[in-house]
Design a protein around this ligand. Structure first.
Ligand code: SAH
Length: 394
């Protein structure tokens, strides 16, 4: 096995069980590891630290598989990780849903792997050289733990390029209809695993949708960046008078309508609008249209550190407009899924937005990602989704 030796003092993060080894932390490589090969990692003093997957093109040059020297990276290793992840989730989720994130990469000890279960189909994203190299073994492990669940790959994501990998999709094991009905808190939701965003659905907002529902009874609700309208679905179930979903994806809005029909809601209570949220909020302001409850769940605005300032400007703009459109006593549920915009910064941006809006408001709840997207204490980067429930003063 090839060996990586770290530069002096660079073992600190590994001793804290953080799984990443950056290229600049490496002093020496013995042997000629290929992409995805397992390597031994040593400190400058020669102490064995970990086994890791080597990734020659990435700034994250290796990701740790194990801090236990006796552990081999084989079928039994992956089966054990899957079983542990499943056991943790069974306690957290059942019986509210039959769709959940089974593996959240580093936080579940399989760096670079995302696995989502939708009813009885598994969808995976293989985002690192290590999981790419072990793909067949991981699929075998899945077959063992979930005996007859088909496995579909959605590795059509740009981050693969950083690992020197091209984008790919397709069935890895078995086959099923690519449109899957799942059940979340008693609601029927349609997930398109081939054409939908990410692996098909935003499981991370499950708990927040239920929280949002509390603020929707007899209300007029504006659901911005709605995707397939799931916040709106919960709002209707809670007795909203009217839900308006806004998104730029016609396909997502069509799915929203289909879903609302399937759940038995009357189309006089909802409307799907294909529009740019930034523009539509301004238009509503000019027209003096107001709402009782507004959800802002935009896509990731900051992909890297260089984009954080621009991202904050975007957050401030939509939050300012939303606070202005709220009736007194109304509720704003505002989110940021940009990991690089931390919770404090996001709160400051929303506070700035309130100042610019000339609005008095208070935070009544602080929200985060659903529990099947765990935040490993050793890997705080796993925390990315932040939300605030903000009440406009009466
Ligand atoms: N709230 C959703 C997830 C939102 S993901 C849920 O709970 O499932 C972000 C969505 O924003 C995507 O569906 C994307 O199509 C949409 N989007 C991105 N930019 C937009 C814009 N400027 N205006 C309206 N929608 C936008």
């Amino acid at each position: 096995m090839a060996q990586i030796t770290l530069a002096k003092g660079r073992e600190k993060s590994l001793l804290r069980r953080h799984p990443w080894i950056f290229s600049r932390a490496i002093a020496n490589i013995d042997g000629q590891p290929k992409s995805g090969d397992t390597v031994d990692v040593f400190s400058a003093k020669g102490d064995w630290l970990a086994t890791a997957a080597y990734s020659p093109q990435s700034q994250i040059r290796a990701r740790v598989w194990s801090f236990n020297r006796d552990e081999s990276i084989d079928l039994a290793f992956f089966v054990s990780k899957l079983n542990k992840a499943l056991a943790m989730r069974q306690e957290l989720l059942v019986p509210s849903t039959n769709a959940f994130r089974l593996i959240a990469g580093e936080a579940d000890g399989i760096p670079g792997l995302t696995l989502d279960v939708y009813n009885n189909v598994i969808v995976g994203q293989f985002l690192s050289a290590g999981v790419e190299a072990h793909k067949q073994t991981i699929v075998k492990a899945l077959n063992q733990v979930f005996s007859d669940y088909p496995v579909y790959e959605r590795s059509d994501v740009a981050v693969r390029k950083k690992e020197g990998l091209s984008q790919t999709t397709g069935w890895l094991s078995g086959q099923a209809d690519s449109k899957i009905w799942i059940n979340e808190n008693g609601l029927k939701i349609l997930v398109d695993i081939e054409q939908g965003h990410k692996t098909g659905f935003y499981l991370d907002q499950r708990d927040n949708r239920q929280i949002a529902a509390k603020y929707c009874k007899n209300k007029q609700v504006l659901n911005c960046f709605s995707y397939t309208g799931t916040f709106g679905l919960y709002a209707l179930k809670a007795g909203a008078d009217k839900v308006i979903n806004v998104d730029v994806s016609d396909k997502a809005l069509a799915t929203a309508s289909l879903q609302y029909q399937e759940n038995g809601f009357d189309d006089k209570n909802y409307q799907q609008i294909n529009a740019d949220v930034f523009k539509l909020l301004r238009q509503y302001k000019e027209q003096d249209i107001q709402f009782d409850t507004i959800v802002l769940d935009p896509p990731k605005f900051a992909e890297n550190k260089g984009q954080v300032i621009r991202a904050c400007r975007g957050y401030k703009d939509i939050n300012m407009l939303a606070l202005q459109l709220l009736r007194p006593g109304g509720t704003l549920l505002t989110f940021s899924c940009s990991g690089l915009v931390d919770a404090d910064l996001f709160q400051k941006v929303v506070a700035d937005a309130a100042v610019d809006a000339g609005v008095q408001a208070q935070i009544v709840e602080k929200l985060t990602q659903a529990k099947d997207h765990p935040i490993s204490l050793n890997y705080p980067e796993a925390f990315y989704l932040k939300g605030l429930v903000v009440k406009k003063s009466i």
